[in-house]
Design a protein around this ligand. Structure first.
Ligand code: 1PZ
Length: 214
């Protein structure tokens, strides 16, 4: 079990986000959700203290997977087709959650905001001094992104959990990419793809005024 958990590398997980962007700058939901599944697996390997975070992420991934495997799956091939379909069919609650509390649009928005945290966190990890604390990098990234959308209790619980993160070098090693130096190089290669997914999504959501969906 431990060997199986250790066998996967964050390199493959992050490359799913590369595979998610098409030549026409569409975001494919299949690879996008595969990337998220991998991130959750990695998060779970960090310990039970993070399970309240991974549970919420899994619930959201599952909602999206059921759309992607459901009756209207062709509408959920890309983020662009999903937004067009849900908006045209009146499937998105704009003011408050009521008729359609779990629209694809609002669910992806939560993952999208978390992707901003991931981008900041990995960039912080990549560029930090060797002796930096992962918990500090994580807290700073969180405060600069996701925290704005979370109530006090969640911010508190998250900040407490971050203290359980291992040192920067140990963290780079459990990513299973090789030495910390190799992990830093991999992050430099992978981050532009995450930024690209983030940027395309942000633009799409801004265009359709979806950035504040309840
Ligand atoms: C390596 C350390 C991991 C730190 C992860 C940083 C993110 C902390 C997020 C804590 C939130 C957990 C509880 C759930 C909150 C939900 O209320 C919100 C809003 O959803 P709604 O209530 O509107 O349905 N959910 C989110 O903001 C999505 C959070 C997903 C976090 C995924 C983290 C993936 C980590 C990968 C690690 C490499």
């Amino acid at each position: 079990m431990a060997a199986a958990a250790g066998a996967f590398s964050l390199r493959e997980v992050l490359s799913a986000f590369q595979a998610a962007v098409t030549e026409r700058r569409e975001v494919l939901l299949g690879p996008y959700l595969r990337g998220w599944r991998g991130l959750v697996r990695f998060l779970n390997s960090l310990g039970a203290i993070f399970s309240f975070i991974s549970k919420d992420a899994v619930a959201k991934i599952q909602i999206m997977e059921s759309y992607c495997g459901g009756e209207r799956q062709e509408e959920y091939r890309t983020l662009q087709s999903m937004v067009a379909y849900e908006l045209a069919s009146g499937l998105v609650d704009i003011q408050r959650r009521s008729e359609h509390p779990d629209s694809g649009c609002r669910t992806v928005l939560r993952l999208h905001r978390a992707l901003r945290w991931l981008q900041l966190f990995l960039e912080g990890l990549r560029t930090a001094q060797e002796d930096s604390k992962t918990s500090t990098i994580c807290t700073d990234s969180y405060n600069a992104s996701l925290a704005a959308y979370h109530p006090w209790v969640i911010r508190k619980a998250a900040t407490v959990a971050f203290c359980a993160l291992p040192s920067r070098n140990a963290f780079l090693e459990i990513m299973n990419v090789g030495t910390p130096e190799e992990a830093v190089i991999m992050l430099g290669d992978a981050l532009p793809h995450i930024s690209s997914v983030y940027g395309i999504t942000e633009e799409l959501y801004a265009q359709h005024k979806l950035l504040n969906l309840p």
